[in-house]
Ligand binder design. Structure first.
Ligand SMILES: Cc1ncc(COP(=O)(O)O)c(C=O)c1O
Length: 121
């Protein structure tokens, strides 16, 4: 994040999520912008909400699957949609992974194989 962000850049991150996402963002002078993980959506990111929060200043999209603390594994459709948003808006895509929430699901970010997707990891 230190290498990729400038002060004032906006960073989308999952909430609830790992506390380091907003604190590291703030420490770099960037602006943390949460997107909600809610029981109403089975803790899956809401692509429409994320899309509505992307501005000219948005630089990075942090995802967390399997997620801490929810344990949620994003569906393939959600992963694909997130990577497409990153490409469309030229965002750094930062696919974080909790080692506590173990999963047998194939959980490779589509960003790894999507032309034009800029993975921050
Ligand atoms: C950057 C980062 N560090 C640490 C953690 C915590 O990892 P764990 O849940 O494996 O303890 C997370 C959670 O996903 C993370 O994204």
């Amino acid at each position: 994040m230190m290498a990729l962000l400038e002060p004032g850049d906006e960073v989308l991150y999952p909430d609830p999520g790992f506390p380091g996402y907003p604190s590291i963002t703030l420490g770099l002078g960037a602006v943390p912008v949460p997107f909600e993980l809610s029981t109403r959506n089975h803790f899956q990111p809401d692509l429409a909400e994320i899309g509505s929060k992307i501005t000219r200043r948005t630089r990075m999209l942090i995802t967390n699957s399997p997620g801490n603390p929810t344990g949620t594994v994003y569906t393939d459709a959600v992963q694909q949609g997130l990577a497409e948003l990153a490409v469309k808006h030229d965002l750094w895509f930062s696919p974080m992974k909790s080692t506590r929430a173990s999963s047998t699901a194939a959980n490779i970010s589509p960003c790894c194989v999507m032309p034009g997707c800029k993975s921050a990891l």
